[in-house]
Write a protein that binds this ligand. Structure first.
Ligand code: CR1
Length: 833
């Protein structure tokens, strides 16, 4: 029998339906074999990590079988494929998700328990692949899940960072960053494909030459350096489908001839040391969420993965279709923000310099192939590269961008003959001061479709950030409201609630989230409501245990769990939340006998390492927690928790246990948000502003089931236009005054009275995020939240309605919209064996 190879965990391969007992014994056999042949151990010496790895290989092998059949089917059907290009994929752990999507979760749990192994414990052994910063990267991961679940042929292209997003430690209340060595125990989910390696050029110069037997001049790029890209493939399963798509992540390695001169000159050490320069390219993820980092290495990363991916797309296209003329008919490339926008220039270069296309034909193919999704209105996030840096690294691309710009502006001039300002705004090059390449403009010009990620965001794009492009090409613009995968964000993370829902309305909601509407019919069923509430309570108990285990704080599981988890950013206004906590604390200290609704206020999120104000907010939350959590006056009624190192795995514990979702960004600043959707799906109620997708969530769940407060986008703009004066709020709101005074008094910074001065300054001098302006409304709305929570039956009804009406925010809906309206791709289901 099979003793020399890994045993795939294939339940169908025997060609007969196995009964439950046979399934279990086959799973166990595969596990023991993989332990032996992959880990080189037997049961005597195997530890939990060995078992995790063995189990991961069992699942992976089954995914690979499906992947092989999927690749064959796609090639055979000559299917149009989506290539989702993203500098970030925040996939989360793969094992649990793989088991769920393969429908093996429960069987596996029993099979393991039978051998004395606990599945939950093994799942915890998996390192988190943190190859993203926040919402943008997680969106890409949800999209991959939905693409596969919908049987759409797709490849996700990205970067295999050796170090993902840093590990956040809290030391004396301050954030400290530690490197994320996620690969140190190996990665069972990836397969390196050195046979699909590609060579990528950097630097050097261009020259004009005549091809043999050709009258036309061509340009060639003589690089100063070349780097090799090695694809690492991760199989992406869908729910209840045979299809398996790929996430293909590129790793940079030195070229074979990395420094032959140095080598031949006897400088062996120098030649090998130089290797490290190439390998640096995919070393580490830039930890900035929505702020651009004008660093050369970042541009190298962007070009590297995009150039690798385009060569790969062309190889695959030529294999199946023979010519690049029809590329746009078989390939839809989506640019996830401007990070991969250099792809527009790179595809032009490939078509013209390498495949001898005429400019016009190349341009038509390029425009028809690309789509561009914008994810932010924040001006500091719009990427612009200095022309000097750009020309040094990518001399040929700068020439091509100048040519695109020249032709584009000529066209604009025809349409707007006397409008130099408009020309200047539309130009791919920013003039005045240091000249810079505007990547958003390149993405807009080079794409046939441009979209925002929520209705309000898309409107603001059209009216503000991309207004000139909208006036030029209104038909290119559309909205695609973000979504989340119901598999990871309900079925997997909240098994108790998922089971109650399935027992109540069946399990069609897993792939058709609108079916949750059927829960409304059960709203008046008291048994159902009690079951719902009991599940939330159990989830809160397990979160309370986790909080105690990780930060040593005992929280009251009967208190309201009030949760804000997301990157720390001024516009997201974690500061306003802390000010509210301090206000509650002040009240309890002043009137200890007053009745209050107990709260546990939970924060989680990373601050960019260079973002001083965000890091100071982290410190303030921790400092307030220190005071509040140790004051017996508020015991059992108020606790503050900052959970270090918020990531996807932690998120999976938090959403199911939350009562209140904090979505309190300054109106007009959060493009969409996606955590807001995960909370509502898990039956948390939202306190939020009219920002991003909150607007649509409120529309769906009903105004009565959403705690709205704060200025609207228009009001924020109007307020700023007349000159916002934060002092008047301080002077006229005694509670707000007291809250800021307490911070200024040094209560939260013993021995360092000035520590939080920058925060007070920001609030009182400019208050750019309107915290002062929205504070009173926020506090008042929180009072309404507390009163509502006291009526537990009413709260549960509202929670059920939130879940029941959240169907629109399935990533399956979002992806179906992209597929139909932008990509024009069709499902290609793979037949079962
Ligand atoms: C936005 O801030 C949105 C995600 C995904 C973020 C957030 O509101 O939900 O994208 N933008 O669309 C971003 O990371 C670079 O921009």
């Amino acid at each position: 029998s099979n003793t020399t190879t890994e045993v795939p965990l294939s339940l169908e391969s025997a060609g007969v339906a196995l009964d439950a007992e046979a399934q279990v014994s086959q799973i166990q056999q595969a596990l023991v074999n993989n332990l032996y042949w992959v880990q080189g151990k037997d049961e005597q010496f195997a530890n939990a990590h060995d078992y995790y790895t063995a189990l991961a290989h069992s699942v992976r092998n089954q995914l690979l079988q499906k992947r092989i059949r999927t690749a064959k089917t796609y090639a055979q059907e000559r299917a149009k494929t989506v290539y989702y290009m993203s500098a970030e994929f925040l996939m989360g752990r793969q094992l649990g998700n793989g088991l769920i999507n393969l429908g093996l979760y429960d069987t596996m749990r029993h099979a393991l328990a039978d051998c004395g192994l606990d599945l939950d414990e093994l799942l915890e052994r998996e390192a988190e692949p943190g190859l993203g910063n926040g919402g943008l990267g997680r969106l890409a991961a949800c999209f991959m899940d939905s693409l596969t679940t919908l049987n759409l042929p797709a490849v996700g292209y990205g970067i295999r960072y050796e170090f993902g997003i840093f590990t956040q430690l809290i030391r004396q209340g301050h954030q400290v960053e530690a490197p994320d060595k996620w690969l140190s125990y190996g990665n069972p989910w990836e397969i390196a494909r050195p046979d699909y390696r590609v060579e990528i050029k950097f630097g050097g110069h261009t020259e004009v030459y005549k091809k043999d037997g050709d009258d036309d001049y061509q340009v060639r790029w003589i690089p100063a350096q070349t780097v090799i890209g090695i694809p690492h493939d991760v199989p992406v399963p869908g729910y209840g489908t045979e299809n398996v798509n790929l996430l293909r992540l590129w790793k940079a390695e030195a070229g074979e001839a990395f420094d032959l001169d140095a080598f031949n000159a006897g400088d062996y050490f120098g030649a090998v040391a130089n290797k490290m320069i190439s390998e640096n390219i995919t070393k580490v993820l830039y930890p900035n969420d929505e702020t651009r980092q004008g660093k050369e290495l970042r541009l190298q990363q962007q070009y590297f993965f995009v150039a690798c991916s385009l060569q790969d797309i062309i190889r695959l296209h030529l294999r199946d279709h023979g010519s690049l003329e029809n590329l746009a008919e078989f390939a839809a490339i989506q640019l996830n923000d401007t990070h991969p926008a250099i792809g527009v220039a790179e595809l032009m270069r490939l078509l013209i310099d390498e495949y001898n296309f005429e400019w016009a034909a190349a341009w038509q193919i390029t425009q028809r192939t690309f789509g561009y999704t914008n994810h932010t209105l924040m001006p500091e996030a719009l990427e612009k590269w200095s022309v000097d840096l750009f020309g040094k690294l990518l001399p040929r691309h700068l020439e091509i961008i100048y040519e695109i710009n020249h032709r584009f502006l000529a066209q604009v001039k025809l349409r707007y003959p006397n409008d130099p300002d408009r020309l200047e705004r539309l130009s791919l090059i920013e003039e005045g001061g240091e000249r810079r390449v505007r990547m958003a403009n390149l993405a807009c010009v080079g794409s046939h479709a441009i979209n925002g990620v929520a209705a309000l965001h898309t409107e603001l794009l059209k009216q503000e950030v991309l207004q000139d492009f909208y006036e030029l090409w209104p038909d290119k613009f559309s909205n695609k409201t973000n979504g989340i995968t119901p598999r990871r964000w309900l079925l997997q993370c909240n098994p108790r609630l998922a089971q109650l829902i399935s027992e109540t309305i069946g399990d069609s909601w897993i792939t058709n989230l609108d079916d949750l509407k059927q829960l409304e019919a059960h709203l008046d069923n008291e048994v159902f409501r009690h079951a719902w509430q009991a599940i939330k309570q159990e989830n809160k108990w397990s979160l309370a245990r986790y909080i105690h285990d990780t930060v040593g704080i005992k929280v009251n599981p009967d208190s309201m769990f009030d949760v804000q988890i997301k990157r720390i950013h001024e516009y997201k206004r974690q500061l306003m939340n802390v000010l509210h906590v301090i206000t509650l604390y002040n009240r309890m200290v002043q009137n200890p006998g007053d009745h209050v609704v107990p709260r546990t206020v939970i924060f989680g999120g990373k601050a960019a390492p260079g973002y001083a104000m965000a890091k100071l907010v982290v410190k303030l939350v921790n400092a307030v927690a220190d005071v509040v959590n140790n004051d017996p006056i508020v015991a059992g009624r108020l606790k503050v928790v900052f959970l270090p190192n918020y990531n996807v795995s932690q998120a999976q514990r938090l959403f199911p246990a939350s009562d209140l979702s904090e979505q309190i960004s300054t109106a007009g600043m959060e493009a969409s948000g996606t955590g807001n959707m995960k909370f509502a799906l898990n039956g948390a109620l939202t306190i939020g502003t009219l920002d991003g997708a909150n607007v649509e969530i409120r529309e769906e769940v009903g105004a009565d089931n959403f705690f709205l407060f704060g200025l609207t986008t228009e009001q924020v703009a109007a307020c700023k236009a007349v000159g916002h004066n934060p002092w008047c709020y301080y002077d006229t709101n005694p509670e707000l005054k007291r809250t800021l005074d307490v911070i200024a008094s040094g209560l939260f910074s013993p021995g360092e009275p000035d520590l939080f001065l920058p925060i007070l300054d920001s609030l009182l001098v400019d208050d750019p995020y309107m915290v002062m302006a929205d504070f009173a409304a926020y506090v008042q709305c929180q009072e309404h939240v507390s009163r509502t929570y006291e009526d537990r039956d009413r709260w549960v009804r509202m929670a059920i309605l939130n879940t029941a009406r959240i169907g629109k925010f399935s990533a399956d809906r979002t992806i179906a919209d992209y597929a139909r309206e932008i990509w024009k791709v069709k499902a290609v289901p793979v037949a079962g064996e």
